[in-house]
Design a binder for this molecule. Sequence first.
Ligand SMILES: *Cc1c(COP(=O)(O)O)cnc(C)c1O
Length: 491
Amino acid sequence: MRYKSTRGSNDFKSAAQAIIQGMAHDKGLFVPESIPSLPFLLDELKGKTYQEIAFAVIQSFFADFSEEEIRHCVNGAYDDKFETSEIVPLVEAGDAYFLELYHGKTAAFKDMALSILPYLMTIAMKKEKEDKKIVILTATSGDTGKAALEGFADVPNTEIIVFYPKEGVSQVQERQMITQEGKNTHVFAIYGNFDDAQTGVKKIFNDRDFADELAKQGCKLSSANSINIGRLVPQVAYYIYAYGKLLDKGEIWPGDKINIVVPTGNFGNILAAYYAQQMGIPVGKLICASNENKVLTDFINTGFYDIKRKFYVTNSPSMDILISSNLERLLYHLNGNNGEEISELMDSLDKNKEYKVSDKIKNGLYGFWAGFANMEETNSTIGKMYTENGYLIDTHTAVAYKVYEEYKKSTGDETVTVIASTASPYKFADSVAASIDLSVADDGFENVRLLYKETGVKIPSGLKDLETKEIRHKGVIHKEDMKAAVRNALK
Ligand SMILES: *Cc1c(COP(=O)(O)O)cnc(C)c1O
């Protein structure tokens, strides 16, 4: 199984090479030449553990890794650093199943991929006899940053550099990042939003002169964002696992379709669900949920992608994104692997801030349904879910549930539905506490305590001592200075 770029250059890579490189040299993203089929019969998914499924999925995508290597990665990643032995519990509440993806170290679904990526990267470096130090550059809308820092802290022969939007993350998210320990960790706030951070990081990746300069220093850039295929593949596993769990519960029979709802920002998580479907999991609709930054809702409904619009800072900050990177991969799969068209679309996005897709792609979008929720709807959804079902969800998951309700209302579709629950409610304690009518304090940590007192939901251990931890990263920079920051960090 080889990997090639969405922009059509004939630059084939092994999985190990694609993981190390992060992004293709023609500015495209690496995609598998073909999507492998499910490594199990549907009936065989019954009773499988998370680790068994993760192993088989990674093996089918990363064929150049040996069985032993993958086992080492899976066992190292999905162990007791997850606060539940199931790794991802599937919890029924209201009229849906919530796939709780947030029981890893940093309390968001980013841990699912970022606890294994450092293992995959280390083995890839060994396989490729990579003699340079790998510098992981990461733009974050709040959750990737901490999960990547936690994953790569003190991993030999790596440095990890994270950029986050100064005004665009929650207090808990920011504190998680700036208190990060580890000799190889670097964190910078930037004046700007997530799109600025991501565009800046991509620009640095595509700067060949800078790559040469770093090479002379013995360094090479890579990515821990979902543009890295090593991030995406491990995420496919949990959708397959969820199907197995629904079989276990007797909720579906092998072959029955399920719907999947994903609160979406950079389109990585929902693309993983699409891959699970392409592998053979029976999925009716993939439901894409956005907040006020609803560029994807509009795109899926019209085929026209337009970022000439206001950027909103919302209470689901990890989805405050207008340039949704992984959509590029979906478009490539939908147009029958025509890299030339993708290249033109992405150039148009760069220059004209918009693009319009061909009918072929538009028809392919039929498998998706899209909607959005504003902040008020998000808050009232959290409140309603808690009052009616005693179940506490975070703001991102609430966006997904609200859009699911709207989907059901407009289609009448009663198919069994899995909602990707992407973060612990404690990461967004201010909004969540307000949504269940607590009298909130100005301080986020006070609200964590309030929320615990009211609900008794366990506080993730990674968030417990945050308030008193030493702040180690204080840099705030302009987006024009990101390259200089990288240079300084590597001195
Ligand atoms: C990153 C994130 C999302 C968006 O996921 P994408 O893969 O970028 O679409 C949603 N919710 C939370 C809590 C996140 O951290």
